[in-house]
Design a protein around this ligand. Structure first.
Ligand SMILES: [Cu+2]
Length: 826
């Protein structure tokens, strides 16, 4: 624009063009959209963050409050205002606030080190942005796990003109509360504890598995290195609605219509919502109006918002109830006065039953969360290899394949008009499909839900099908309906979004180019590493996208958990059966082993975070930066994004001490994603000792190389001669969950070791270890001409888990003998 004055006529055209591009909503200037040039009425708030003692679940613990409360205050705006929000950090740690679901300039999005500077202790940051939308949103800290400690609150934006008919608003902010320090929770998850499942009664010990006849399914899970079907990882002593386990709103009058603005501000809990009284009307999701629908039991994923209109009954009070998805707890709010009109109870999910169904469906679980070569991103290969193996899961007998037209391996975008075969998700054996009769194809059916009656007649032997739950045709408008039978996954059908229909078309101009991205959601439960395409955030680069383009992301969940994926700064279409009227959302829950496609039009500037909103998964690496590849804001110069990325690759340290009648032992581990340090020592009162230090490097999820030092007494029951050797080898977590250790020491003695622990009763674990070392006398000469010596050490024992930190144990070790005592975890 600087040249404007010097070069006139021809440049004017250029400037007009530039203005036109800006008018399209895409500006190259980061400052261009900030400030209040239109003099919108300003609406100011101040949020003060403080660390203080709070009691949310029967215990005084340190929490983080906003203006003295948890949750923080509701920020109320009217569309068309200009928000000015001062965030004051009175805590000892740095912080941030992210405005979840708000369309705003990148700089005020509030992800520290990515878009916004962190707010250092004692400092205040002024956020300002125009309010260009209406609906229910929320705000929360985006600094590590601070949201779990209480840094969250709601945003309510009234439309310029009211379109819905109701009398009053009520915000219901849902959350989960732990009395532990959130970083300590994460540390315990990293060490792989069963404690949280034991505590909340969702563990599936072997005795229950066997009693249910599910041992075969258990073996199938073990083979794939999974303990069971996990729904939620963390034990919470309380679930909260507006900060309380039970809360009353008696002031509503009979007949009044109340708009409930429900927000799931949980750090790791999704809920089932149920309502007493008349069936309520769902009117909005993630801040956007939807075609009103009467609906009671509704799932709310973490970070989603749903608005329902309820009518206060003439007599009695309505119960609004939330049940944690894994059935581990509830909370209730009551609206009105008098006798309770109870909400439906949600039964606890049957985890063993789920395991059995999953095993039957022959799913390939355990896709890598950590690839040996993270530079090589191969999402399509990964998708092909892992996940649902439909040929066994589906019962599709007697298919008449002429009904079904499929070109063999049609390359993307070369299918017949209006169809993209590759998106149909069918990989059909080319030799078998050549005889298919194209003329019989019913095009209208192909883009749309595949008629399940036809599928039933299919001969599945003809096909190796991998059905996708939500396929879309190449024009992006139609989606196949999730069909339980097709998918063999009735198990997760209750999580689909088909009830959400936008009142207006949400499709983009057909001429806009589409950029397709596949992200497989991957995770390693035992090491608590979470990633996309097997690559955690710390091992990859930004995902680059372009403005004025549609970015279509297919989220293919290859894990056993739900992942509520959130994209900052955008609304995306969640392609569902409503086709052109698919809803717009900012957060989408992707159920286990399911696939969902989202798409959005690129009209923003900057780098935006895209991540799983289970905070512990985000911290475990399940995140990406989606970048328009625009210049970085100069105000972020001192705040490199590497700081944010590093937070997902921290070292966590844990240990255990055993004090028993026959021995004492300790074990210390410090680990980040790829590197691990181990220190262990065992001392038998009978004068036997072994101590070892090792460093190991994870080549992938299960396989690592290690080196270190080992010390042990050479002669049994005598500390007279301590032998120190260097060791090197490999460690491998095998199918069926054995720890394998193969090594050689500096005396060239090879050794193989195997260990395993199994939870047999709810709190009872048995464990065993076997080590075999051979000595061929290659380094030390043996006395009397022996040419071979072997050493076997083994131990076996039982542990009873008393609490998070304490266990009772009894064991036998062939060096130390038998005994019992106490184990302490720290
Ligand atoms: Cu997740």
């Amino acid at each position: 624009m600087l040249e404007k004055k010097t070069m006139k006529n021809k440049k004017n055209i250029f400037i007009i063009l530039l203005l036109f591009v800006s008018a399209l909503g895409f500006s190259q200037n980061p400052e261009g959209r900030e400030g209040n040039p239109d003099n919108l009425p300003e609406h100011e708030y101040t949020l003060t963050l403080k660390e203080e003692m709070v009691n949310k679940a029967g215990k005084q613990v340190m929490g983080m409050t906003i203006n003295g409360s948890i949750p923080g205050p509701t920020l109320e705006f009217t569309e068309g205002e200009y928000a000015v929000i001062y965030v004051k950090n009175n805590m000892d740690v740095e912080t941030s606030i992210h405005w979840h679901g708000m369309i705003l300039p990148n700089f005020y999005d509030g992800v520290p080190y990515l878009s916004t500077p962190p707010i250092e202790p004692g400092k205040t940051l002024k956020y300002e942005f125009a309010i260009k939308q209406n609906g229910t949103y929320w705000y929360h800290s985006h600094t590590m796990l601070q949201e779990q400690s209480g840094v969250y609150g709601s945003i309510v934006i009234q439309p310029k003109e009211k379109t819905l008919e109701y009398d009053k608003d009520l915000v219901l902010m849902l959350s989960d509360w732990t009395n532990e320090k959130p970083m300590d929770v994460l540390r315990f998850l990293k060490r792989g504890t069963e404690w949280y499942n034991i505590k909340k009664g969702t563990a599936t010990p072997l005795n229950q598995v066997i009693a249910r006849g599910a041992f075969g399914a258990q073996l199938d899970f073990w083979r794939q290195r999974m303990e069971g079907a996990d729904i939620a990882d963390i034990y919470y002593p309380a679930f909260l609605i507006n900060g309380e386990e039970t809360i009353e709103y008696p002031d509503f009058k009979p007949g009044e219509k109340v708009r409930l603005r429900i927000i799931d501000g949980g750090a790791s809990t999704s809920f089932w919502m149920t309502f007493g009284g008349e069936t309520p009307t769902l009117v909005s999701a993630d801040g956007k109006d939807v075609v009103p629908v009467k609906k009671n039991k509704t799932f709310i994923g973490i970070a989603e918002t749903y608005d329902f209109i309820v009518k206060i009954p003439q007599e009695g009070k309505i119960e609004f109830k939330i049940t944690a998805q894994d059935g581990s707890g509830t909370a209730s709010a009551f609206l009105g006065k008098g006798k309770i009109l109870p909400a439906q109870d949600i039964p606890k999910p049957d985890k063993i039953g789920m395991m059995q169904k999953m095993a039957e469906m022959d799913m390939k679980m355990g896709a890598p969360a950590l690839k040996s070569n993270p530079k090589k991103d191969e999402p399509y290969k990964m998708k092909e290899k892992w996940g649902m193996q439909m040929d066994k899961g589906m019962k599709m007998e007697g298919m008449d394949h002429s009904e079904m037209d499929q070109s063999p391996e049609v390359p993307k975008k070369e299918g017949m008009k209006g169809m993209d075969y590759s998106k149909m998700g069918m990989q059909i054996d080319s030799t078998k499909t050549k005889e298919m009769d194209h003329s019989k194809m019913d095009h209208s059916k192909m883009g749309m839900p595949i008629d399940s009656t036809k599928i039933k007649e299919m001969d599945h032997s003809m096909m190796d099908m991998k059905m996708e739950p939500d396929s879309i045709s190449s024009d992006g408008k139609y989606s196949t309906k999730k069909d339980d039978e097709m998918q063999g996954m009735g198990l997760f059908s209750e999580y689909n979004y088909d009830y959400l229909r936008s009142p207006v078309k949400t499709t983009y101009d057909e001429d806009v180019p589409v950029n397709e991205i596949l992200l497989n959601l991957t995770g390693n439960m035992s090491r608590y590493i979470w990633s996309l395409n097997g690559i955690p955030l710390s091992e990859t680069d930004k995902i680059k996208i372009k403005g004025n383009q549609v970015t279509r992301i297919t989220l293919n969940n290859l894990t056993m958990m739900h992942h509520p994926m959130h994209l900052h700064g955008h609304f995306f279409r969640v392609i569902n059966k409503n086709g052109e009227y698919s809803p717009l959302k900012h957060t989408v829950n992707v159920p286990p082993m399911q696939e969902i496609t989202i798409e959005f039009y690129g009209n923003e500037y900057g780098d935006w975070f895209f991540h799983c909103h289970i905070l512990y998964h985000m911290m475990g690496g399940m995140a990406r930066v989606i970048s328009y590849d625009t210049p970085r804001d100069p105000r972020l110069k001192e705040y490199p994004v590497s700081n944010l990325i590093q937070e997902t690759n921290e070292y966590y340290t844990w240990g255990m001490v055993d004090a028993a009648s026959h021995m004492a032992g300790m074990n210390l581990v410090s680990s980040n994603i790829r590197n691990q340090f181990n220190l262990s020592a065992e001392y038998g009162w009978n004068q036997n000792i072994e101590a070892e230090f090792s460093y190991e490097y994870y080549l992938n999820d299960w396989f690592r190389v290690f080196g270190g030092v080992n010390m042990e007494n050479e002669i049994e029951d005598s500390m007279g001669q301590i032998n120190t050797t260097a060791i090197a080898g490999i460690r491998y977590f095998t199918p069926f969950m054995f720890n394998l250790d193969v090594r050689v020491d500096s005396k060239l003695r090879p050794q193989i070791g195997l260990s395993r622990a199994i939870t047999i009763f709810p709190r009872t674990v048995i464990f065993g270890r076997y080590e075999y070392q051979a000595d061929f006398g290659w380094v030390d000469d043996f006395p009397q001409g022996d040419n071979f010596k072997k050493e076997v050490t083994w131990s076996t024992g039982i542990e009873y888990i008393v609490s998070k930190n304490f266990s009772l144990m009894g064991s036998y070790d062939n060096r130390f003998g038998a005994g019992g005592g106490l184990s302490v975890r720290f």
